[in-house]
Design a binder for this molecule. Structure first.
Ligand code: NDP
Length: 257
């Protein structure tokens, strides 16, 4: 197989959670362009408009409505795809929430539980439900959206809950990778730096923080959703056939300093 062919995903069925916008949308686009049939999971139809518009380019993109914190819904979607004869062979656990700027002493029980429920439980529910079919098939690739915040406690904003949730995603990645390697299922994560998306833009104080982040970044810039999607595509493809349990920094060198 040529190197170019190793990056192709023809015949694969890829699920992208939160694939309607920003990083998730770019992942859906990248996987579809590589030849995969893509299923986007979003909480409502309006959020999926841009992903479904990829059909105009001739890509195979479908929507399933669901919330990643709803384990029975994730199980139902995974089973439905398997019963259709085309189970998911690629899963991108992208759906996540941010919580920049809440000091640890002010984080409420509800804030903490919601963060863990979406960012950690959601990743596990989806990995377990879609991954079970991959284990049965003895093939599959899962890519999780971790974060540099799961590696370092970046300044200046307090965000303990988010940092802890992403560190958990990294260890979940390694633990499941170790368990499922014997079943031919690879599990890796990307750990991006600040990416220009609604998640970052939603926090007003981030405007003032951007110069500090850039000063702390060897490459001196933030990233784009497309740059994250390129790394996700690589990890999902046969080009990464020897990689499992890796946390791949996509961070402009942020974690070097
Ligand atoms: P956005 O907030 O822009 O997009 C997140 C997407 O996930 C939205 O479509 C959102 O839909 C969906 N989503 C959120 N919660 C759920 C849920 N419970 N069930 C289903 N879908 C859900 O985020 P980004 O694109 O910025 O981030 C994507 C991932 O990358 C996240 O895991 C994030 O933590 C990670 N990341 C982002 C970085 C950044 O700087 N942007 C840096 C490092 C990591 P809805 O409209 O319904 O909320």
């Amino acid at each position: 197989m040529s190197y170019q062919e190793k990056f192709r995903l023809d015949g694969e069925r890829a699920v992208v959670t939160g694939g309607g916008r920003a990083i998730g949308l770019c992942c859906a686009h990248a996987l579809a362009e590589a030849g995969a049939a893509v299923v986007v999971i979003e909480r409502n139809e309006a959020d999926a408009e841009q992903a479904l518009a990829l059909r105009d380019k001739g890509y195979d993109v479908e929507l399933r409505l669901g919330d990643v914190t709803d384990s029975s819904r994730m199980e139902a979607i995974a089973n439905e795809l398997a019963e259709s004869g085309r189970p998911a062979t690629v899963l991108v656990n992208n759906a996540g929430i941010g919580q920049n700027g809440i000091a640890a002493e002010d984080v409420t029980d509800a804030d903490w539980l919601r963060m863990m429920n979406v960012n950690v439980n959601g990743v596990f529910w989806c990995s377990r439900s879609f991954g079970r079919h991959m284990v049965a098939m003895k093939r599959g690739a899962i890519v999780n959206l971790g974060s540099m915040s799961g590696i370092i406690c970046n300044r200046p904003q307090p965000q303990t809950a988010y940092n802890v949730s992403k560190a958990a995603v990294h260890h979940l990645t390694r633990s499941m990778a170790a368990e499922w390697a014997q079943h031919g299922v690879r599990i890796n994560a990307v750990a991006p730096t600040y990416i220009e998306t609604p998640m970052v833009a939603a926090v007003e104080a981030n405007r003032e923080r951007i110069p500090i982040w850039l000063n702390d970044t060897p490459m001196g810039r933030m990233g784009t959703p497309e740059e994250v999607a390129s790394a996700v595509l690589f990890l999902a493809s046969g080009a990464a056939s020897l990689m499992t349990g890796a946390i791949v920094n996509v961070d402009a060198g942020y974690t070097c300093w």
